[in-house]
Design a binder for this molecule. Structure first.
Ligand SMILES: Cc1cc2nc3c(=O)[nH]c(=O)nc-3n(C[C@H](O)[C@H](O)[C@H](O)COP(=O)(O)OP(=O)(O)OC[C@H]3O[C@@H](n4cnc5c(N)ncnc54)[C@H](O)[C@@H]3O)c2cc1C
Length: 252
């Protein structure tokens, strides 16, 4: 059985987490470990245990007869470049979405109407209809070793530029992207701002002045700082608006 040491204070996008032993997962040895892709949407606690990461063999892209087969460990950015260079449409939104294909499928990641599940045909050997995908969520409870996608249109340069422009209001400091899902017909960022938390700092974590649903690491931010701000936002938003904010990020 293979393991490797990962220092999540360097590996994770928000630069928080312990240095721990992580199991390298393949189709034969998965045993309910919590899988990390790039930890761009996952907050890792100091006591995290039983973490797995896919083996390097799942980093691949293959194309045949209109179908793309992509390994779960493949980075989104690599898929974006491959599709752009081969004039395959439907993956423009991956340009600025950090993470891996496996993590993105689990999260049903996307930008506006462009979601990873749109062109998905199958996960591992199972057809898409066996899974439920909704806003930033899926019921996938197994490792995504590989996925198949259908190419239905050409690469769209204007859409690519449009989606890139939408990113301009995102903070550049280390973060986990949007902390909370948007409640129905509203924006989590707007509500967090409305309860007076924009620019609030706890330890090394700040509610971003650019986008209040992004909590950024301004230096030595800790797991506890993040949890404090998450709980405070939930409490204040519920007290003032009766809305129950739901985390988009995963906490392990
Ligand atoms: C700056 C920034 C901007 C972002 N913008 C967006 C955005 O616009 N839209 C959006 O949707 N998201 C956004 N995100 C969130 C993040 O990019 C996506 O959720 C991404 O797809 C997560 O990929 P990951 O590999 O890092 O997953 P991780 O964070 O490692 O894991 C996320 C979840 O997926 C599971 N998982 C990971 N790998 C696998 C696998 N192979 N098989 C099964 N399950 C797996 C994990 O167990 C966990 O539950 C942003 C994040 C950041 C930091």
């Amino acid at each position: 059985m293979k393991y490797k040491i990962i220092d999540f204070s360097k590996f994770s996008y928000i630069k928080i987490g312990p240095k721990i032993k992580v199991k390298i997962i393949n189709e034969d040895n998965y045993d309910n470990e919590f899988l990390v892709g790039n930890a761009t949407n996952t907050l890792i606690s100091p006591n995290a245990k039983n973490i797995g990461i896919l083996d390097e063999r799942y980093d691949f892209i293959e194309y045949k007869n209109g179908i793309l087969k992509i390994g779960g460990k493949t980075k989104n950015r690599k898929v974006y470049r491959f599709c752009r260079d081969n004039n395959f449409g439907g993956f423009e939104f991956l340009a600025h979405l950090p993470g891996t294909i496996g993590g993105s499928i689990k999260m049903n990641a996307g930008v506006k109407n462009e979601e990873i599940s749109n062109n998905l045909l199958a996960v591992n050997q199972k057809e898409k209809k066996e899974f439920n995908f909704s806003y930033r969520s899926s019921n996938i409870n197994e490792p995504v070793f590989e996925a198949k996608f259908e190419i239905t249109r050409d690469y769209d340069k204007n859409l690519d530029i449009h989606l890139k422009n939408l990113r301009k209001n995102q903070p550049k400091l280390p973060s986990l992207g949007s902390v909370f899902k948007n409640p129905k017909e509203d924006y989590a960022g707007r509500i967090i701002e409305a309860v007076g938390m924009k620019e609030m700092v706890k330890g090394g974590i700040k509610v971003s002045e650019i986008h209040a649903n992004f909590f950024v690491n301004i230096g030595n931010g800790s797991f506890e700082d993040m949890i404090y701000l998450i709980n405070l936002a939930k409490k204040r938003v519920f007290e003032e608006f009766g809305i129950k904010l739901e985390e988009e990020i995963k906490i392990v």
